[in-house]
Design a protein around this ligand. Sequence first.
Ligand code: B1M
Length: 211
Amino acid sequence: MSLETIYEAILKGDAKTTAAQVQVALDQQVGADKILYEACIPAMGEVGRLFEAGEKFVPEMLISARAMQTAVNLLKPHLALADVRVVGKVVIGTVAGDLHDIGKNLVAMMLEGSGFEIVDLGTDVSPQAFVEAVRQHEPHLIGMSALLTTTMTSISETIKALQEAGLRDQVKVIIGGAPITQDFATKVGADGFAPDAGSATRVAKALVGAA
Ligand code: B1M
């Protein structure tokens, strides 16, 4: 096993080899976070670079995403901490028009591992669905993920919908995703921004006063 083998397997979209090699790595006591951050996530970055360069196409992105998901499923129990107290409730989703969920799932997983109760609304979540979920679940936090420059606007639309529903003051909003920046978060009035799953946990805890 080497991290390089896992990286290559995800890049090729070979889910079977990915699963087998991740398991070998875990059996050899390689840290789950090392496997995630040094093999899996860089592989997805390279898939994106090749797509942008016209050397990979949507179906190939999809099979790499599936291979990545098999890795995440195997890593999950090792990343989540066992005995954590509940520090707050988060409603999380990928915004309207956007189907990317790997990053959102990782963020949800890390939040869960650090004591948050998670209500995952999935992908392509409309502003109205976020509003309804806040009414129904009364979370401390809403987490929105956007991976496309074209869907970043769904974040501001959702924040606006929360304001119009009179719910904005009841929840903190944390956002993230590849095109999102702190500047954008400030501009749209989000309470927090995190560039990756690890910092999402720190920001979320700070927002609920559990840091
Ligand atoms: Co898409 N795609 N994709 N894609 N895709 C990108 C995002 C892209 C950058 C590729 C590229 O051109 N280089 C590009 C967007 C360009 C842009 O908008 N500027 C792109 C495009 C164009 C598209 C389509 C439009 C392609 C087409 O159809 N022509 C299409 C859109 C579909 C839609 O959503 N409506 C599309 C489709 C797809 C697939 C379905 C094939 C697949 C997604 C499968 C899935 O998610 N189940 C896919 C994939 C896999 C990618 C890339 C290659 C990888 C994304 C990923 O999973 N990264 C991506 C290229 C890239 O990102 N470099 C690309 C790994 C993941 C761990 O990182 O999601 O960034 P990420 O999450 C990080 C942080 O961003 C952060 O923490 C995570 C973990 O550290 N984070 C948060 C994320 N959410 C957060 C929330 C937070 C806090 C932090 O708080 C709540």
